[in-house]
Structure formats: structure tokens, C-alpha cells
Design a protein around this ligand. Structure first.
Ligand SMILES: *Cc1c(COP(=O)(O)O)cnc(C)c1O
Length: 433
């Protein structure tokens, strides 16, 4: 033990910790971060890093935000946790009411869980049990190729098959993956229609639900598609009584320029999954909301129609307080001015580098900018550009974590103009090197 104290934090870390998405044998030592403020992270030697990816897409108002910190501390001193079956508490009710006002008007109830994956599990179970409670056998599920919905088994099953899922593919339940909507999405729409019609049995389609990341597929490399295609897909599902699940875990809370990505369309999905930015990105928390159409099939004198799902920390009061505090900050005009400012800057930068020889394509949606680089290799998560670029940026004090050959910027909204300019500058330097 004494020995351990002679080692620095990173050396102690790798003696006892297993990091996510990390091949521990070849990974560099982790960087010990001791403090965060705004868009900046500080390591133990006082070096600073601009968090240009919002720490895996979660942070929205900046690190260690004093207002959220205060509200969290207040809540912790008052009530840190209480069982949520048979009990409730003020912050859960406040959060539910406030979120339902922000969500489309068809949304009627919220169900709390712990993270994005559990929010997705809850959504899938709600959709499947909806049909079970109605006494109809509908178990087929639609999703989009390359989707990412989380790392638990159900969430993995609806995600695209990839290196992430390879070890488990034989055990994942069958999901019908539609091709990603390229251009006007015609191929995807055709596939959707033919899947529905080919699964008709006794006048009924056997498809229970369709889950999608609205407008932007995050893990697939910030792949973007148009609101018109999304609108049409949801509309076709509605006509065929297929439940639609919007996984807004990454896209929610201003990320795409509006509060929710589905605010760009007029069709309302039946179920929403929220997490990441929900607490302002300060702690783990998840919410699944649903329409009264869904809720009503569970509301019954029949005990077998109960939704038998719950987690120990359901509706944790501290997480609810952080989420309410984050919603307060969304009431401030400054937050939305920041979002527009980032959109504008992204747009100008995109124009500036669009014709760079290394750039294959550039896409933008709200505060997300994705730069696809030309590569001799096949596009994949393991593309070697990724490792080189990551190190290049970190050395220059910028945290960017390319997805294969896609460099993307997805900053906390409070990032300053100077910080954002530095992020663009290192990207340009990388493109020139
Ligand atoms: C990150 C993510 C998830 C999983 O959330 P976790 O909190 O990491 O479990 C699910 N869906 C989408 C779209 C995501 O981006």
C-alpha cells in the first residue's frame, strides 16, 4: 500500500481500474483531471484541456456549474434518496411537470431510470408490453443501420451490429435494420414500407415498434439525415399502428439547435428516451416518457398489466434537482444565444475548410459539427486516423475524440469564442499536417 502512494494517480489508476471502450494493454496512461470549469478541464499539473466533445456528449452548461452545484448540495442536505414505489418527492414532480411541458403535447407520463441505456430498455419494454397488454402478438422491432442505443442487451440488440456487439451477436434478439437514410431517404422509406407489408398476418402487421436517433446518429460518426425523412418514417409508422421511439439521449437538450431534435418535425413520436444532457451532464440519470395511448394499456385493474420495472435509484432526488437546475438555465436567454453563436461559428468554419483536400464531407446540425476525412482505409471505428488525431489534439490542449475518420465538435454551450476558435485552429493545423 505504501508503495502506491509513491506512484502518481495515473499509475495507481491502471493497477486497479478497467476503463470503458479501452484496450487496457495498448492504451496510454489516463490523464488525471482534478478540476473542471466552463468548457475547461484541468489536470493535476495545471494543464488545461478544452472539452470540445462535452465529455462524451453529456455536458451542456459547463463543468462544475456553480448554480447546479448549489441546487445539488441543497437537495443532498434535505433528502438524498427515497424509495420511489409508494413514495414521491417534490423534485420528481417538478421535473416531470416541467419536462412534459417541453415535450410534444402527446407526451403524458415520465418513467425514471439511471442512464441512456436503461431509458432505452424501458422504452422497448413499454412498447412490447403495450402489445402484450392488448393481447396482440407483435414482437418485431425496427431500427436503423448503424444505430447506437446503448450497451445493455436490449439496447445492444436494437443497435447496429458492429465490433462493439460482435461477441454477443448470437444472443441478441432479431431486429429489422433499415438502411440509413441517405440523401432524400427514398431507399429507407421503400424498405420501411416493404417490411411492414411483408409482415402482415391476419390483416395486422407484426411490427411492434420503431426506434431511431432523430436527425443525428451519434456513435455512427455523427451521421445526419433530414427532418423530412424522419417525419415521413414516423407518419408511415403511425398509419400502421407501429409505436415510434425517439432516442433523444444525445440529441436532446438543445444539442441540435432546438430543445429536442423532434422539434424540427410535426409528427409526435409515442415514446422518448432522455439522458446525457438531462442533468446538465452532471450525473447519471435517465427518463422515458410516453403518450397516454401507451400508458392507458397499463392502467388497469388487472395486476398482470402492471409495468414490472424499476431500479434502486429510480427518480433519485439529487439527480432530479440537478435536472431542474439545468432546466432553469435553459430558461436563460444566454443559453440559447450561446447555442446560436456555436451554430453560426460552426457554419463559418465548415465553409472555410470545405474545400480542404483531406475533407471528404462536412455536416452540421445545431451545435454538432462533423468533418469526415478522406481515407485510403475503410471507414471504421478502428481507423488509424483516429489515434493519431486524438493524440495530436490532446497535445495541443483540446479534447476531441474522433469516431474513426470523423472529427466532430460537440461543445458545452458555454464554450467561449476564443476557446472555440482554438478548437477550429487545431483542426486546421491537423488538416495541414
Ligand atoms: C449514449 C447513448 C445511449 C446510451 O446512454 P448511456 O447513458 O451511455 O447508457 C443511448 N442512446 C444514444 C442515442 C446515445 O447517444
Amino acid at each position: 500500500m505504501c508503495n502506491n502512494l509513491d506512484m502518481n494517480l495515473a499509475e495507481r489508476d491502471i493497477q486497479s481500474i478497467w476503463h470503458p471502450y479501452t484496450q487496457m494493454k495498448t492504451a496510454a496512461l489516463p490523464i488525471p483531471i482534478v478540476r473542471g470549469e466552463g468548457a475547461l478541464l484541468f489536470d493535476e499539473n495545471g494543464n488545461e484541456y478544452i472539452d470540445a466533445i462535452s465529455s462524451w456528449w453529456v455536458n451542456v452548461h459547463g463543468h462544475s456549474h456553480p448554480y447546479i452545484a448549489e441546487k445539488v448540495y441543497e437537495q443532498f442536505k434535505t433528502l438524498e434518496h427515497v424509495i420511489f414505489a409508494g413514495f414521491t418527492h417534490p423534485k420528481a414532480v417538478e421535473l416531470a411537470e416541467r419536462l412534459l411541458k417541453k415535450l410534444p403535447e402527446n407526451q403524458n407520463r415520465v418513467f425514471f431510470s439511471d442512464n441512456g441505456s436503461t431509458a432505452v430498455e424501458v422504452a422497448l419494454k413499454m412498447a412490447l408490453q403495450y402489445w402484450h397488454n392488448k393481447g396482440e402478438k407483435r414482437i418485431n422491432i425496427l431500427a436503423i443501420d448503424g444505430a447506437y442505443h446503448g450497451d445493455t442487451f436490449g439496447a445492444m440488440a436494437v443497435s447496429g451490429r458492429s465490433a462493439f456487439t460482435a461477441a454477443f451477436d448470437d444472443l441478441l434478439f432479431d431486429v429489422i435494420h433499415l438502411p440509413f437514410p441517405e440523401k432524400n431517404g427514398e431507399t429507407t422509406i421503400q424498405h420501411l414500407k416493404s417490411q411492414i407489408s411483408s409482415r402482415f398476418n391476419q390483416d395486422k402487421s407484426q411490427i411492434s415498434c420503431f426506434i431511431f436517433e432523430p436527425l443525428v446518429q451519434g456513435a455512427a460518426g455523427m451521421r445526419m439525415y433530414s427532418p423530412e425523412v424522419l417525419q415521413e418514417m414516423i407518419s408511415i409508422c403511425r398509419e400502421n399502428n407501429i409505436i415510434t421511439i425517439a432516442d433523444e439521449v444525445m440529441t436532446g437538450f438543445g444539442r441540435t439547435g432546438k430543445f429536442f431534435a423532434t422539434d424540427y418535425i410535426s409528427e409526435n413520436p409515442d415514446i422518448f428516451c432522455l439522458s446525457k444532457g438531462l442533468t446538465g451532464g452532471t450525473m447519471a440519470f435517465g427518463i422515458t416518457s410516453c403518450s397516454s395511448k401507451i400508458y392507458d394499456t397499463f392502467f388497469s385493474d388487472d395486476k398482470m398489466k402492471t409495468f414490472f420495472h424499476g431500479h434502486s435509484f429510480t427518480a433519485n432526488p439529487v439527480a432530479c434537482a440537478a435536472s431542474c437546475a439545468s432546466l432553469d438555465l435553459f430558461e436563460e436567454q444566454e443559453t440559447w444565444e450561446n447555442i446560436s453563436r456555436i451554430e453560426q461559428s460552426h457554419c463559418e468554419f465548415a465553409e472555410k475548410i470545405r474545400r480542404n483536400d483531406l475533407v471528404e464531407d462536412i455536416c452540421q446540425q445545431g451545435t454538432i459539427l462533423a468533418i469526415e476525412l478522406k481515407t485510403g482505409e475503410e471507414t471504421s471505428y478502428f481507423n488509424s486516423i483516429r489515434d493519431n488525431a486524438y493524440d495530436f489534439f490532446i497535445k495541443r490542449g483540446v479534447l476531441l475524440r474522433p469516431l474513426g475518420n470523423v472529427i466532430y465538435v460537440l461543445p458545452p454551450y458555454c464554450i467561449t469564442e476564443v476557446q472555440l476558435a482554438k478548437v477550429y485552429e487545431v483542426i486546421e493545423e491537423f488538416l495541414g499536417s
